[in-house]
Design a protein around this ligand. Structure first.
Ligand SMILES: Cc1cc2nc3c(=O)[nH]c(=O)nc-3n(C[C@H](O)[C@H](O)[C@H](O)COP(=O)(O)OP(=O)(O)OC[C@H]3O[C@@H](n4cnc5c(N)ncnc54)[C@H](O)[C@@H]3O)c2cc1C
Length: 411
C-alpha cells in the first residue's frame, strides 16, 4: 500500500532542511552562481555536522540489511524529500552536500558489505568528504557501459587503471578538496563489451589519478564538474566491485550501473521538482503582488490565461512528484523500479525546464534580470534533462522495458 502521509521521522528532518534551504542556501545562491567553483564551506560543514547528528550517511551493513528486511525501509523516500527541499534552496549548493553522492550510490548498488563499511564509513569522519562516479567518456555517454574504454588490468594484488573520464560531478571535491573517492567504471576485458565493465573505487591521493579540467557551466555553477585522467593508476585488488573475472559474456557489469541509476534517477527527479516548486511559488507570489490571484475552483472557461497556465503547471508538478515518490517507495520496498525511475526522471526534466521557462516569460523583463533568481533557475533546470541519462535515453529505456526489446532491437 502506498501511503500519502509523510512519516514523522521524515517530516522532522524536512523541517530542519527547510530552515537550511531558506536561511543558508537561498541567500547565497546568487553569490555561488556568479563565483563559479568557489566552495560553500559554511553549508558543507553545517551539513556534515547535521548529518552526523541525524545518524550519518546511509551506510548499510549486512546486519542492518537483515534488520531492515523485517519492515519497509524509508531511506530512499527520506532522501527524495530532503533533496527536493535542498534543491528548492539551491541545486548548485545542494550538489555540494558532503557524503552520499553518486559514488556512494554505486557502492551501495554494486559493493559488498565490506566495500560499504570501508568506503562509506569515511563520510562519518571528523571532516566532510565527497564521493563521485565516473562513467562518461568522450565516446561513452548515452551509449553507456558497452563503450567504456578505460581499462583495469590485473597485476598481482592490484588493478592498473588507464583512461580518461569526463563530466564528473563533485570530482574535484572528492579527489582534491577532501579525502573522498571516485567510482571509476572500467573494462576488465575490452572484448567482452558490457559484460567486462566493473566499478572500481579510486581514493583521493592515489598516484596516477589526476583532475585535469574543471568545466564552466550554464547552470548549477556552485557544483564542480571535472575531467579525470588515469595513468597507470594502481589500486588494491579489493577496490574492484563485482566479479574480477568475466566468466560468461553476461551483462553483470552493466547491471551495477542500472542498479545505481534506479536509485539515483528519482533523486535527480526530486531535485528538479525542488527547482520547479521554487519557480512556481515565486511567480505566484509576484503575481499576487500585482493583484493577480489564482481563482481555483472556477470553471476553466472563466479563468484567465495566466490562471490556467499556473494551474496546469501545478498539475504537472504534482503528477511528476507523485511518480517520483512512487519510484522511491518501490526502491524502499525492494521492488524493481527501473521503469518508474526513468519515467519520473524524464518527466521531471521536461517539467522543470517548462516551468522555469514559463516563469521567466510570465514575469517579462523582470524574469530576465539578475534581480531575481528566476533566470538562474531556468539555467539550473536544464541539467536535469541531461545527466544520469538524457530525456531521450530514459524514454528509450522505458520503451524497451515495456515492449521487451533489447538495446539492439530499439536504439
Ligand atoms: C553538469 C554535468 C554533470 C555530469 N555529471 C556526471 C557524473 O557525475 N558522472 C558521469 O558519469 N557523467 C556525468 N555527466 C555526463 C552525462 O551523464 C552525459 O553527458 C549524458 O549521459 C549524455 O551523454 P553524452 O554526453 O555522451 O551525449 P551523447 O550520447 O553524445 O548524446 C547527445 C545527444 O543525442 C541524444 N541521443 C543519443 N543517443 C540517442 C538515441 N539513441 N535516440 C535519441 N537520442 C539520442 C542524447 O539524448 C543527447 O541529447 C554529466 C554531464 C553534465 C553536463
Amino acid at each position: 500500500m502506498i501511503s500519502f502521509e509523510m512519516p514523522e521521522s521524515i517530516h522532522k528532518t524536512r523541517v530542519l532542511m527547510e530552515t537550511v534551504a531558506e536561511n543558508m542556501m537561498r541567500p547565497m545562491a546568487r553569490y555561488f552562481d556568479e563565483n563559479e567553483h568557489e566552495i560553500p564551506w559554511d553549508y558543507i560543514n553545517f551539513m556534515h555536522q547535521a548529518m552526523a547528528q541525524m545518524g550519518g550517511s546511509a551506510i548499510t551493513t549486512q546486519e542492518d540489511e537483515k534488520k531492515e528486511r523485517k519492515g519497509p525501509r524509508l531511506g530512499f523516500q527520506n532522501l527524495t524529500f530532503l533533496v527536493e527541499m535542498l534543491s528548492w534552496g539551491d541545486t548548485g549548493i545542494y550538489l555540494c552536500t558532503p557524503g552520499g553522492g553518486l559514488g556512494a550510490a554505486a557502492v551501495q548498488a554494486a559493493g559488498t558489505a565490506e566495500h560499504k563499511k570501508r568506503f562509506l564509513a569515511r563520510h562519518q569522519g571528523e571532516k566532510p568528504t565527497f564521493d563521485a562516479m565516473a562513467l562518461t567518456e568522450s565516446h561513452a555517454g548515452s551509449g553507456m557501459p558497452a563503450e567504456v574504454r578505460t581499462t583495469a588490468v590485473r597485476d598481482g594484488d592490484e588493478w592498473i587503471l588507464n583512461g580518461e573520464k569526463i563530466f564528473v560531478t563533485a570530482g574535484n571535491k572528492a579527489l582534491v578538496d577532501s579525502d573522498g573517492f571516485v567510482v571509476i567504471w572500467a573494462t576488465i576485458d575490452p572484448s567482452a563489451g558490457r559484460a567486462g565493465v566493473r566499478p572500481v573505487v579510486v581514493e583521493a591521493g592515489t598516484p596516477g589519478c589526476t583532475v585535469t579540467k574543471m568545466e564552466h557551466k550554464l547552470g548549477i555553477r556552485a557544483s564542480d564538474t571535472v575531467s579525470i585522467l588515469l595513468q597507470d593508476c594502481r589500486v588494491p585488488f579489493e577496490n574492484l566491485m563485482g566479479d574480477p573475472e568475466v566468466k560468461e559474456k553476461k551483462t553483470e557489469g552493466a547491471k551495477g550501473v542500472h542498479l545505481t541509476f534506479d536509485a539515483t534517477r528519482p533523486i535527480v527527479a526530486a531535485s528538479a521538482m525542488g527547482v520547479a516548486r521554487a519557480a512556481l511559488e515565486t511567480i505566484k507570489q509576484m503575481l499576487e503582488e500585482q493583484g493577480i490571484e489564482i481563482r481555483y475552483g472556477l470553471p476553466r472557461s472563466r479563468l484567465t490565461n495566466i490562471e490556467r497556465e499556473i494551474i496546469d503547471m501545478e498539475t504537472k508538478l504534482q503528477a511528476t512528484w507523485l511518480l517520483t515518490i512512487k519510484s522511491m517507495w518501490m526502491a524502499d520496498e525492494r521492488k524493481e523500479n527501473t521503469i518508474e525511475a526513468s519515467m519520473c526522471k524524464f518527466l521531471a526534466g521536461d517539467v522543470v525546464v517548462d516551468i522555469t521557462q514559463r516563469a521567466v516569460e510570465l514575469m517579462g523583463p523582470l524574469g530576465y534580470t539578475r534581480d531575481y533568481l528566476l533566470e538562474k533557475w531556468f539555467r539550473d533546470a536544464k541539467i536535469n534533462d541531461l545527466y544520469e541519462g538524457t530525456g531521450q535515453i530514459n524514454r528509450l529505456i522505458v520503451a524497451r522495458r515495456i515492449l521487451d526489446y533489447s538495446r539492439h532491437e530499439l536504439s
